[in-house]
Design a protein. Sequence first.
Lengths: 109, 101, 239
Amino acid sequence: MSQTDLYTLVGSALFVIGLYALMTRPHLLHKVLALNISSSGVFFVLVGIARRVGGPVPDPLPHAMVLTGIVVTVSSTAFALALAKRIYTETGTAALDAADVDVGESLGG
Amino acid sequence: MTSSGWFFDILLVATLVWLAVRALAEVKLFKSVVLFIAFGLLVALAWVRLSAPDIALAEAAIGAGITGALLLDAAGHMRGRAEPYPASPDAEGASGGDTDG
Amino acid sequence: MGKVTAKSPIAVRVAALAICAGVGALLARAVLAIPETEPGLAPLVDANLAVSGVKNAVTAVLLNFRGYDTLLEIAVLVLATIGVLSLSVTQTGTWDPIAAQADPVLSALARFLAPVMILVSGYLLWAGEHAPGGAFQAGSVLGAAGVLLALSGYARPIWVSRFALRAAISVGFVVFLATAIGEMLAGGLLLEYPADLAKTLMLVVETWLTVSIGAILISLFIASASPAEELRRRSGGGE
């Protein structure tokens, strides 16, 4: 087990944790948090993969991708939060009513 | 890698996963956000462990700083009003279906 | 929309758990299947670092080798900012100080820290040529300085007009695109820096990118943090 394995596995775990919360948590703020944690998981996998070069200096290409990814994540988070706050203002709640959704519908089938 | 390095890595990733689970399982929005900010700070530490100082710099300013401020602000707005629906219908014992308008 | 009982979330949760377990198992398999050592594109980057104009490999990838990605990325940032500004009711990008009566300690701390953060931002921009740093880190610190000021109750300075803020948001993308097209007009390819001018051009692009990223992050915060009460009042009465 190398450091690459450790961090790519944890990245996968974080991605799945975020995915699960995205599907099951009704509150929009939790969904935004879930997306952020999922994207952290993706970044862990990318940076973990960058460690495989063997030498002390990792592959800079995934690093550059993650750097742009972080900045894109914050901008999409801001946009999502602006939308969520607007929904809250218009409807009085930012929680999607879980009981109001068909099981089949929420699973896309 | 040295054994102390391994110890630190494993402690770090275990804390990260724990914080992620806690942040998403927490019912109170404010606590969720604070746990997420802690998560973001530790992620910056993980970038240093993975020899990615470029990313760590950006993460410390953005992941914990600006994202945290945005989320705290959003949580404040959403909590500031009495909600017709509990903050988390997902909580145990919450009965959904009677409050939709 | 079919109504189901309050127990339905449990069914949803079980299904979600099954999906996530499957995805997680596949992901774990995939990441463990990748070769232990694999040079990737690192040798290619090393070989061309000398002609890139900078000594920091990450900056070289961001601004030179994969400049196309960075150009599109700043475009995404500008688009997201336009979206947030459109949703903001005030549309002015002004900040209604939630902390108008900010306590003097916070206020003094912000006044002391903000110039230091701007200085750090400038240093990071310059250091990005040979050390960890660059436009993204510098812009992030600049944005954080702005958010700190906003949170401490400092409003947008009067000399920063709405137009100036919008210009700052878009200037990075515009300069980057102009540079890219200029290189093409000068006989090269899109985003192909002439070797002797590479360092200068990249520094110019990075400087404006820093300004833009800082302005974008500040705007994202200020515009999205428009007061909920006002939002409620306007949407309740205006539509």
